[in-house]
Design a binder for this molecule. Sequence first.
Ligand code: ASP
Length: 320
Amino acid sequence: MKKLLYLFLILITAACQSREQPKQEWALALHGGAGNMDKTKFSEADIKSYENALKEALEIGKSALADGQSSLDVVEMVVRNLEDNPLFNAGKGSVFTNDGRNELDAAIMDGRNLNAGAVAGVGDIRNPVSAARLVMEQSPHVLLIGKGASLYASQNGIELVDSSYFYTEKRWQLLQRSLQKAGKNGTVGCVALDKDGNLAAATSTGGMNNKRYGRVGDVPIIGAGTYANNNTCAVSATGHGEYYIRFTVAHDISALMEYKGVSLNDAAKAVVNGKLSNEAGNGGVIAVDKNGNITLEMNSTGMFRGWANADGEEGVAIFK
Ligand code: ASP
């Protein structure tokens, strides 16, 4: 009798738990960077073009996930689209270092097996996220940098471009302005849960405007700006990278879930608006958990972002 009662209790608890968190068939979130954005400095036309760019990337991810494509393919595809868009600080729209170069970082992670790949400080790879995937899948390493990364990428069919490809007038002027005052951040990223229950994350960036030649940020550091684990969540961060490295932001969110059973939302809040702050670690994260819950958490006044799930909930937004 006692045994039966015990069994009954276990069944009830399991039923309650599964009702608590409806499982999405698939879910997706993306970002195009965060920072202290002043809405009054954006024209209506600027806002429209950012929103359209976010929608375009969201559409690519949504239809691929709905078609049953893997989260790994989807995060790469979405980030490539954002890298090719000069509006965002990654790939084509990357910011300049203090001495006028473009040095790009990117990472990708597969939540199924904790495989990860990254490239840092590259100046001639058109889509660094694909080079990161190459490092993950074809090399025995996790992180390749600079010329070594470019050589490996070109030997394996990844498109190289002349460094002038990354020149955009807008970013050049931004450097000129910030040579007098503080820098600015921005990045792109995507996290996804696919129909097979696999999570993946990818992040790509030009880094921080006016950074020192040779500086590497959080993006290619697994556990700092990028992390995915099928047991917990997938995270892509954007913000002042030095803090994200020191506070191992993406892994902390996953660890709170894994070791303490904290929900995705609470974990992201505790890290982004607890451990980090607008002054120390300005920025945010996008994350999706194994049940398809999505979090878009920031401590800054804006983050270019988009989200969608199989239930048809979706949107894009810029300001907090
Ligand atoms: N986290 C990036 C870096 O520090 C920049 C950003 O996301 O704004 O390189």
